[in-house]
Design a protein around this ligand. Structure first.
Ligand code: GLN
Ligand code: ZN
Length: 753
């Protein structure tokens, strides 16, 4: 067998330590630079990534994890599976970006969450007429670049099983996995090309195997790797899984003749000793968490590795998944206190941990004793830091959990809320209004110290006054303040809550050129002061119509943060919920009669394995209810959900028990209402009547049609009228036109009732 390696990672971030790639692709899209300039930035970033990994001491380095946009899209290109509608675009790069982002005449591929992460991949569309063909030019040329630099390169490709399971079948109901025989010859040919290109190892990613899979699907995976292992001229094959345990798929893969398996030991250890076939395999043990930012417990990792040593053919240390999901390096964080810094590991620190662990394995534990001691010291300060154990917060939480009766029954609340005096089919929006250039300029100026805090407040108030005036003029019934002061709906709260740290450069790719800076939840959560009351009451002071207070819910705050690993997520959720609850009570005390608590990420955190889902939904719903049950019956609670197929969480949505739920529906044609009816939901609901993801202004007729459609499922007394999500990414003119049509449509339908 090819020489086994000892230390690696499963993939690297690619946006650049200072978001160089983001800037370069956006400049290309805007026509400010050409393809050569973009290619140059890409090549430089790849060189930098690979040489850093090599210099750190890894002896096998993943390549082809670079991408201008997304690895699933790259795979679709490699397999000749771009949709028909972009085929006429002759320039390859432009065709690629057209599939990713659309053009004036072409709709893009859909985007969806990559497993249970906050990364979004593009969903390839496979039709009966898709005729697969191999184009390995990207991976082959990156392999050439890497070998020329003397980098021990291991090309990474997405496996055929995962590719098909994650793609969308268009124009046929047959399972896409039935098409596997069309892909096998292409993957076999690819293996030959990689061998000729000089690759010793290839990593084939099959993360889809960590979700619940049928026996039939696992059998297909086994056949695939039996087949690929039998290809005569090929590199050694490492089948990589991550984000969970393989379960039944592990013995199936181990029974094939592939040389290596990468297994996620952070998610939970499979019991490799019990699988005799692993004795012949190179096991790549993911003991360093690739998707959270805590320092690895090195002693514990060495114990795990110790149990593996005798039972596998050979052993390498790795991250549990690609480092795509964490920021580049702690070095870029200047405002981090020493204690917190010592508890953390970002990308480059995780690479160091891998090397330390591999050194301990190959050269003996005593050679890394210094690192182990430093790790123990850091962990012991973390265990005793008072910020992690705030007795006041914990006692208060416990006593509320023990004594909170929850909200009154829904009809009692409905009666208490009649004072709001809303018409049938009340109109509203989801919260944000366009983030104008003025807003961004003001925020940047504040950050650079060019304007004072007071000046900034004035400018934001001017925005709020504008947005309130616009809504009054349009005749909207329940107003919002527009969220101009929020850069991000999670970061805004994290910055004000104790227990969170907001990084200054901790960027992580969310999709394409979009990057986010997830806050770090490290301690017990406390709300030192009200967070939104001044803004909302200012808006309310400008109008007689009700202004809706706008908060982010506990599940979404956790989903878009790096979370504590020293206590169950449910406990962290309740602490956040307590802070949000206090905010709802303060808003009510300040005269606000409607409060919306957004939970767009409810579906996102749903565990991949069905067996774990009920427990999750239980605490997720519980934390939402805790956050909203502190107010009087007369205060109307709204929530908002979007971004997903709601099928699996529809019961949970009903159980949130919000008085009004606005929900993305414009693209799923109101089906969500039938689903809600099926679970006995009988509260207020605002299915989005138009799609805010497109700049298109919907006309009155189509909104009327969609309201009539909604009225077939929901009585008028329960129906609300709103767009399907916040408006912050849209332009002011189109928003005004769209909302005007929305209000007209509501009036027209009301008149017929
Ligand atoms: N209130 C938020 C907004 O309107 C909700 C955003 C979201 O659903 N992601 O922007
Ligand atoms: Zn939304």
């Amino acid at each position: 067998m090819t020489t086994p390696f000892t230390a690696t990672v499963l993939g690297s971030p690619r946006i650049g330590p200072n978001r160089e790639l983001k800037k370069a692709v956006e400049a290309y899209w805007a026509g400010r630079t050409d393809a050569d300039a973009l290619a140059e930035v890409g090549a430089a970033l790849r060189r930098q990534t690979w040489t850093e990994l090599r210099d750190a001491g890894l002896d096998s380095i993943p390549i082809n994890t670079f991408s201008y946009y997304d690895q699933m899209l790259d795979t679709a290109v490699m397999l000749g599976a771009l949709p028909e509608r972009v085929a006429t675009i002759t320039n390859g790069l432009d065709r690629y970006f057209a599939a990713a982002r659309g053009t004036v005449s072409v709709t893009p591929l859909e985007m969806t969450k990559w497993f249970d992460t906050n990364y979004h991949y593009l969903v390839p569309e496979i039709t009966p007429s898709t005729s697969f063909s191999l184009d390995a030019s990207k991976v082959i040329s990156e392999l050439g670049e890497a070998l020329e630099l003397g980098v021990p390169a291991r090309p990474v490709i997405i496996g055929p099983v995962t590719f098909l399971l994650l793609s969308k079948a268009v124009g046929s109901d047959a399972p896409l996995l039935d098409r596997i025989d069309e892909l096998l010859p292409l993957y076999a040919e690819l293996l030959g090309q990689l061998q000729s290109g000089g690759a010793e190892w290839v990593q084939i990613d099959e993360p889809a195997l960590v979700a619940d899979r049928t026996a039939g699907e696992i059998a297909v995976a086994k056949q695939v790797y039996d087949h690929l292992a039998a290809v005569p001229r090929r590199p050694a094959i490492l089948v990589a899984s991550y984000f969970g345990i393989l379960g039944e798929a592990l013995p199936a893969l181990a029974a094939t003749d592939v040389e290596g398996l990468a297994v996620d030991f952070v998610a939970r250890a499979d019991a490799p000793a019990a699988i005799p076939e692993l004795a012949r395999k190179h096991l790549v043990a993911g003991v360093v968490d690739g998707r959270n930012i805590w320092r690895t417990n090195l002693d514990q990792a060495l114990t795990t590795l110790g149990t593996l040593v005798g039972s596998t053919g050979s052993l390498a240390v790795s991250t549990s998944c690609s480092l795509l999901h964490v920021p580049y390096t702690l070095d870029a964080e200047k405002n981090l206190d020493a204690a917190l810094r010592s508890w953390l590991a970002f990308g480059s620190e995780k690479v160091q941990e891998v090397v330390t662990l591999a050194t301990a394995l190959t050269q003996g534990r005593e050679t890394v004793e210094g690192c182990l001691a430093a790790d123990r010291a850091a962990r012991s300060t973390r265990a005793t830091d008072p910020r992690l154990h705030d007795g006041t917060v914990r006692d208060r939480l416990e006593s509320i959990l023990a004594s909170d009766p929850g909200r009154s029954p829904a009809d009692q609340r409905r009666r208490a809320q009649t004072g709001l005096d809303l018409p049938l089919l009340p109109t509203t929006t989801i919260g944000s209004y366009p983030q104008t250039t003025e807003i961004r300029v003001a925020r940047a100026a504040l950050r650079k110290g060019e304007i004072t805090e007071a000046e900034y407040l004035d400018r934001m108030r001017a925005e709020i006054a504008d947005v309130v005036a616009l809504q009054e003029e349009l005749g909207i019934d329940v107003l919002v303040h527009g969220e101009p002061e929020r850069n991000d709906m999670v970061q805004y709260f994290a910055e004000q809550l104790d227990g969170f740290f907001a990084t200054s450069n901790g960027w992580v790719q969310s999709y394409g050129s979009r990057c986010v800076r997830p806050p770090i939840l490290y301690g017990d959560v406390r709300r030192p002061a009200a967070m939104t009351v001044d803004w909302i009451t200012y808006a309310q002071s400008l109008t007689n119509r009700p202004v809706k207070g706008m908060l982010t819910g506990p599940v979404t705050i956790l989903a878009w943060s790096f979370v504590r690993d020293d206590q169950p997520l449910a406990e962290s959720a309740n602490q956040v919920a307590l802070a949000i609850r206090d905010e709802t009570v303060d808003l009510q005390g300040a005269g606000i009669r409607i409060v919306q608590v957004d939970e767009p990420a409810l579906r996102e955190l749903l565990p991949l394995r069905a067996a774990e889902q009920p427990a999750y939904l239980d605490w997720a719903v519980g934390s939402f209810r805790l956050s909203t049950s502190g107010v009087a019956d007369s205060t109307q609670i709204h929530t908002h959900l979007c971004y997903s197929e709601f099928g699996e969480v529809i019961d949970a949505i009903a159980n949130l028990d919000a008085d009004v739920t606005s929900i993305e529906a414009a693209r799923s044609h109101m089906e969500v209402l039938d689903d809600l009816n099926a679970v006995g939901f009988d509260l207020g609901v605002g299915p989005g009547v138009y799609d805010i993801h497109s700049p298109r202004v919907p006309n009155v007729e189509e909104i009327v049609t969609s309201l009539h459609e909604a009225l077939k499922a929901v009585p008028a007394e329960r129906l609300w009228v709103n767009p399907d999500c916040g408006l912050k990414t849209r332009g002011r003119t189109e928003v005004e036109a769209s909302l005007r049509n929305m209000v007209d449509a509501a009036k027209r339908v009301r008149a017929d009732l």
